[in-house]
Design a protein around this ligand. Structure first.
Ligand code: FPP
Length: 237
């Protein structure tokens, strides 16, 4: 158990799981070994979030830009996701994790798509909801939502002037999920990298100098403590 500063966690934490490649390089290992260690880190942090009472955990598992990586690396990440979801489906009642997927899943293998759909449909309102961003990009999500709204306008179901921020949110992959209060990016990089562009408009970003495979519950406590030190004004005074 980590320190007690994390007593009141945000209800929604989002994480860019960055630094797997560098972690592997430092050890002379292939990049896929870094992703395997990253998947272990994810398991550890998802469990810890459940212990803390965090309701939503959103993780960037594969971006729309990650297709530029080698076939080998892509296949390695997909294999890890498949393995994780197979396990999750097997241990659904024990782990009490509910799943959602943000992103265009149609580019994934039929087998992985089926696992995602099964995991989503068999999940209930368990203790913690994990949102996997898979083939996800924030700009792509906004374009996808705009297209869906425009389709309804073209079909005569809606009028353009009906569109509000609240209505638009219903067309995002994250429909129904509250915005993250805290977004964490480990690995020392200080960019948003197309992650939750709409949803993080008022999120507190915490950038940390630790590679994702080395990220521990103590690092999460540290990020939550930093979040509590910030003064959130939402554009007010
Ligand atoms: C970014 O680090 C990480 C990714 C693109 C992949 C993240 C995927 C996982 C952690 C495994 C997914 C599986 C589960 C079960 C969660 P990077 O490779 O860009 O690192 P670098 O910047 O050091 O090269």
């Amino acid at each position: 158990m980590a320190n007690s500063e994390a007593l009141v966690p945000p209800q929604h934490i989002a994480i860019i799981m960055d630094g797997n490649g560098r972690w592997a390089k430092q050890r002379g290992l292939p990049r896929t070994a870094g992703h395997a260690a990253g998947a272990e880190s994810f398991r550890r942090i998802a469990n810890y979030c459940r212990t803390l009472g965090v309701k939503y955990l959103t993780v960037y598992a594969f971006s729309t830009e990650n297709w530029k990586r080698s076939q080998d690396e892509i296949a390695g990440i997909m294999r890890l996701l498949r393995r994780y979801l197979e396990e999750a489906l097997r241990d659904m009642e024990k782990n009490r994790v509910c799943f959602r997927f943000f992103g265009d899943l149609t580019r994934l293998s039929p087998q992985l798509q089926k696992l995602c759909l099964d995991a989503q449909s068999r999940s209930q309102d368990y203790d913690v909801q994990v949102n996997f961003c898979l083939n996800y990009g924030g700009r792509d999500e906004i374009v996808h939502a705009a297209r869906a709204f425009a389709t309804e306008v073209a079909q005569g179901k809606r009028k353009p002037e009906e569109l509000t921020e609240g209505l638009f949110e219903n067309f995002l992959y994250s429909a129904g999920v509250p915005d993250p209060e805290l977004v964490i990016r480990p690995s020392g990089e200080k960019r948003t990298s197309n992650f939750l562009l709409w949803q993080s408009a008022y999120s507190e970003y915490v950038f940390m100098n630790v590679l994702w495979p080395d990220f521990t519950p103590e690092h999460l406590d540290e990020a939550i403590a930093e979040y509590h030190r910030r003064n959130r004004r939402f554009g007010g005074t």
